[in-house]
Design a protein around this ligand. Structure first.
Ligand code: ROI
Length: 163
């Protein structure tokens, strides 16, 4: 039997009704085989990080329990992105649905396809604040405390838009 792993997924969308994209994707995460959606954050509106000539994003974070191996979970996340007819024309440009594997248990993974913990998560308010709603006491695999990361990544213009 494969072990049960807790993992966090970052969701983001800024095209084609982003609220709906993220809300639907949260429900669809629970349909992934061998996987259960344990918690979902509120939705947040965020200014785009990267090129500014694109719409605002809707972001959220989900906590899953899975017995899938990390790359199997990545396959499932990519399938889900495709099913939302993911459009990503430009690097760091607008997208229909982005699903990032932020944390997979306490594991460090570095392969061609996957970098976990997500390399930018410690500097992105739109990941850290939704994450803190689900797991305020979280300590990252490198020992960083989420509560300390929130101090250096303030809420700023991030807006919680749904309960
Ligand atoms: N900016 C915000 N606010 N939210 C995102 O999800 C997001 N995703 C990205 C880039 C383009 C870096 N900027 C983002 O991939």
């Amino acid at each position: 039997m494969s072990p049960e792993i807790l993992c966090y997924i970052g969701l983001g969308s800024n095209l084609e009704d982003p609220r709906q994209q993220v809300t639907t994707a949260l429900a669809e995460l629970d349909l992934i085989p061998q996987t259960t959606l344990l918690q979902a954050s509120s939705l947040y509106r965020s200014d785009p990080v990267g090129p500014q000539d694109q719409p605002d994003f809707i972001n959220a974070v989900a906590l899953l329990r899975t017995t899938l191996e990390a790359h199997q979970l990545l396959d499932q996340l990519q399938q889900l992105e495709q099913s939302h007819r993911r459009v990503r024309k430009q690097h760091w440009g607008p997208r229909t649905l982005d699903l990032d594997l932020l944390l997979y248990g306490d594991e460090h993974i570095a392969t061609e396809r996957l970098s976990v913990p997500h390399p930018f998560m410690q500097e992105r308010s739109f990941v850290l604040w939704p994450l803190s709603e689900i797991s305020p006491g979280l300590v990252l695999p490198d020992g960083s405390r989420l509560s300390d990361l929130l101090v250096v990544n303030p809420l700023g213009t991030l807006e919680r838009i749904c309960i």
